[in-house]
Ligand binder design. Structure first.
Ligand SMILES: [Fe+2]
Length: 477
């Protein structure tokens, strides 16, 4: 049989850091955009054994863990390795090796090297850094934001959704909005093969690969990993729910195949809401705002109860919600305030319950709206005089174009919204027992991989209020 091409075209990744271990990921795809649904990634159907190594140093002179794992056609020859027995709060390097159909038996093919980092132990009070990204629509441009994020090597990266967009190429793309062609399938994703190829296209991007190889990721999804504006088992456009559930199951399977997750699909479900602990400093509660959604609940009853009980029981200095959607009230002048919005404004009853529970050091991290925002969370949004009980940092998109927004009117109508910036970028956070500091990074343009980055604003949090740090003494706006 002819030898296959280089299999690590989609890079490597790690995620879900615990004090004692992480998940490692790769997928064998010698022809990542192969058009045959029976040969995703250009792989033959048979299983392939993959070796993995974890080392204390980048040159792999001190390998501390190693093993093998079978990559099978059922999961598009992706592998996830649960590494355990590592030291907490420690940097490690990892790589994969294969022989078999790729090379002679005594000269394995080696993957790129990734850097990862374990979480600290439960009693740790050491500071940490995190990145926050979302909304990386491929057609809309390059990923200088991810390139700069990779260079910062945060302890952990949270992705809050719209990792891919399922859309096909528009018949008449708006000027400046189709910067990169959707190769490997330019139609809307509706099948497992189409979703697989869409993830593969994104993962071939060198800057997305660099960001995965630089730090462990903890991702959650929004709607475009499946379909625009879907809710639970409903497609959102009134079409057949049974057909949509098959599509959703395929989309979840493709998500699983491309992410360093601990969870695995079970029937039609993939449970990705979870807690990510950084000692006594921060508890990150990563939420799923799509899978269990209904007209009356954003999260579903089980996730709501899980979240409230975790928030009541946390011993951490900061309780951080990590999820896609705008949490603070946001009145948009000219829009019917009673209209159901794709944000927490559409589910005020549970938001009120959550705020009433007064979580310790409440911080919400979100995305979705494709601009940077910072907000104070009020005990009662209806009363401008009520105290701030927490803050929200909305991270802008990596590439996705923002909607038209009358920003001055929105800021005027919502005095608790303290900051807006309409450029693409990401958020960097620095968290300690004394401070929660967030910088809204912006790139000049997504027309070039090399576009420079700068900081639009840096905020701290004091008693539930935002304090501008980069221009001390000035008001937050
Ligand atoms: Fe988005």
């Amino acid at each position: 049989m002819a030898k296959l091409g280089y299999p690590f075209t989609l890079g490597v990744a790690s995620g879900e850091p615990l004090p004692s271990g992480v998940i490692l990921w790769t997928r064998l795809a010698p022809e990542p955009l192969h058009s045959d649904p029976d040969r995703p990634g250009g792989m033959p159907e048979r299983p392939v054994e993959v070796q993995w190594q974890v080392a204390a140093d980048e040159a792999f002179t001190r390998i501390v863990r190693h093993g093998t794992k079978w990559a099978t056609a059922d999961d598009a020859h992706s592998v996830r390795v649960r590494v355990d027995g590592l030291h907490n709060a420690t940097d490690y390097y990892y790589r994969f090796l294969v022989t078999g159909p790729f090379a002679a038996a005594n000269s394995p093919v080696t993957s790129p090297v990734g850097r990862t980092r374990t979480a600290p132990g439960p009693m740790s009070t050491d500071p940490l850094t995190f990145g926050l990204v979302s909304c990386q629509r491929y057609e809309h441009g390059f990923y200088p934001a991810l390139r700069h994020l990779a260079a910062e090597r945060p302890d952990v990266v949270f992705h809050v959704g719209d990792y891919i967009y399922e859309y096909g190429k528009p018949a008449n793309p708006r000027p400046g909005r189709y910067m990169r062609p959707l190769t490997g399938g330019a139609a809307e994703c509706k099948t497992l093969h189409a979703y697989r190829n869409r993830y593969a296209l994104y993962r071939m991007d060198p800057d997305l690969q660099a960001a995965h190889a630089a730090a462990p990721w903890v991702p959650t999804w929004d709607d475009h990993e499946v379909r625009d504006n879907y809710r639970g088992g409903l497609p959102g456009d009134g079409s057949d729910p049974a057909a949509f559930m098959r599509r959703r199951t395929d989309a979840y399977q493709a998500y699983f195949e491309h992410m360093p997750l601990r969870a695995a699909p079970a029937e039609e479900a993939l449970q990705i809401y979870r807690r990510c602990s950084y000692g006594e400093v921060a508890d990150f509660m990563v939420l799923d705002v799509r899978q269990y959604r209904s007209d009356t609940s954003m999260l579903g009853a089980a996730q709501e109860e899980w979240l409230l009980s975790r928030l009541r029981g946390t011993m951490a200095r900061w309780s951080v919600l990590v999820q896609p959607l705008f949490f603070a009230k946001r009145v948009i002048p000219g829009r019917d305030p009673g209209a159901r919005s794709d944000a927490w404004d559409g589910y005020p009853a549970f938001r009120d319950r959550l705020i009433a529970a007064r979580p310790r050091g409440l911080v919400v991290l979100s995305g979705d709206v494709h601009d940077h925002w910072a907000a104070e969370i009020k005990a009662d949004f209806a009363d401008p005089a009520s105290p701030a009980v927490g803050v929200e940092f909305v991270g802008t998109s990596v590439t996705s174009k923002p909607p038209e927004t009358d920003v001055p009117a929105v800021l005027a109508a919502n005095p608790h919204l303290k900051f807006h910036d309409g450029r693409r970028g990401y958020v960097m956070g620095k968290v300690s027992m004394d401070s929660f500091e967030v910088s809204h990074r912006v790139v000049e343009s997504t027309d070039s991989r090399e576009s420079p980055v700068s900081t639009a604003a840096t905020f701290g949090v004091e008693d539930g209020r935002l304090v501008r740090k980069d221009k001390p003494g000035t008001p937050a706006v």
